[in-house]
Design a binder for this molecule. Structure first.
Ligand code: A2P
Length: 316
């Protein structure tokens, strides 16, 4: 399995995504994935399933075939814990749920702050502006997690170039990851170049187009990535599936990729994508599909009266 280097550690390039994996399903998904050879699991407390992921990890390690050191586990700081004093307790709660002593990678989930104990904002009062709670202060508290040995690596998610640049300038530790939405409909070529020039690895989330996300997050006219004729045609030519083409596309671009599945067959199929070879012509055809299509737009943070707008989040 290919890896990305984070400092002296190697992160397996394909990980199991767990956003939208329901409690009751995610235990089997994690066990199946680790059994099939996955060595990277991507988690977050807001997914509402970390205790069940933790049970799957613990029982796998107890089985003796896979050890803790073999598996890369990422989790994320939720938006309601950006105040510096809330950062360590948030990670400690995640570590307890995941039944781990340390996390391999801890990401600031969004460049958006919420009042404490707010999962999702119901009114503008639930949001805290970045002037009131600067990202650099949250980052400084995350740096202490590394100092204290609770997190081996720290990074961010959903950061645009200017926000990433400002942390690169302000931080004592440079962000070691930006996890963002990446797929052929949203290739983010400028971010990919910026990240490469600045040695910030990227992870592609929603690599398959996240068709199982909540209806409220979907646009009426949205194209279905897995049914794109170009992707289907490339898949057929390689005797592969559209999902495998999408996963291999992400690997070819040097990004980690975290397809979510709770289906045993598809979990294995997604890992096997690492063995597919795409030609230069295939990559050219896929690079023609870009259309700025964000499936995860961040509209939750922009309700009327919010200090955040889609422009301020993405600067597009
Ligand atoms: P399931 O969990 O039933 O397999 P994303 O990773 O972009 O968020 O996409 C996840 C969605 O893609 C889920 O609906 C998941 O369903 C589905 N999915 C995962 N792997 C595959 C695959 N190999 N082929 C088709 N759909 C897949």
């Amino acid at each position: 399995m290919d890896t990305l280097s984070l400092g002296s550690d190697e992160m397996p390039i394909v990980g199991l995504g767990t956003w939208k994996s329901a409690p009751g399903e995610v235990y089997d998904a994690v066990r199946t994935a680790l059994d099939a050879g996955y060595r990277h699991v991507d988690c977050a407390p807001i997914y509402g399933n970390e205790p069940e992921v933790g049970r799957a990890l613990d029982e796998t390690f107890a089985g003796g075939d896979v050890s803790r050191d073999d598996v890369w586990v990422t989790s994320k700081l939720w938006n309601d814990a950006h105040a510096p004093e809330d950062v360590q307790p948030a990670l400690e709660s995640t570590l307890e749920d995941l039944q781990l002593e340390t996390i391999d990678l801890y990401l600031m989930h969004w460049p958006v702050a919420l009042k404490p104990d707010t999962s999702m904002p119901q009114s503008p009062d639930d949001l805290v502006s970045l002037d009131e709670q600067p990202l650099a202060e949250t980052w400084a508290a995350m740096e202490e997690l590394v100092d204290d040995g609770l997190a081996r690596h720290i990074g961010v998610s959903n950061f645009n170039i200017p926000k990433l640049q400002s942390l690169l300038e302000a931080g004592r530790i440079a962000p070691e990851m930006n996890q963002i939405e990446l797929h052929p409909y949203l290739p983010q070529t400028e971010m990919v170049s910026f990240a490469r020039e600045n040695d910030v690895p990227l992870t592609a989330y929603s690599p398959l187009g996240s068709k199982d996300r909540p209806e409220g997050m979907k646009a009426d006219d949205e194209p279905i990535l897995l049914e794109d004729p170009t992707i289907v045609e490339i898949a057929e030519r390689h005797d592969a599936t559209p999902a495998q083409v999408l996963i291999r596309w992400a690997i070819e671009r040097g990004t980690a990729v975290i397809p979510k599945s709770v289906n045993a067959g598809r979990i294995k199929e997604n890992l096997a994508a690492a063995d597919l070879s795409l030609t230069d012509d295939d990559m050219d055809a896929l690079s023609g599909l870009g259309r700025g299509r964000r499936y995860v737009r961040g509209e939750l943070w922009t309700l009327e009266g919010s200090p955040y707008t889609l422009e301020s989040i993405w600067e597009e």
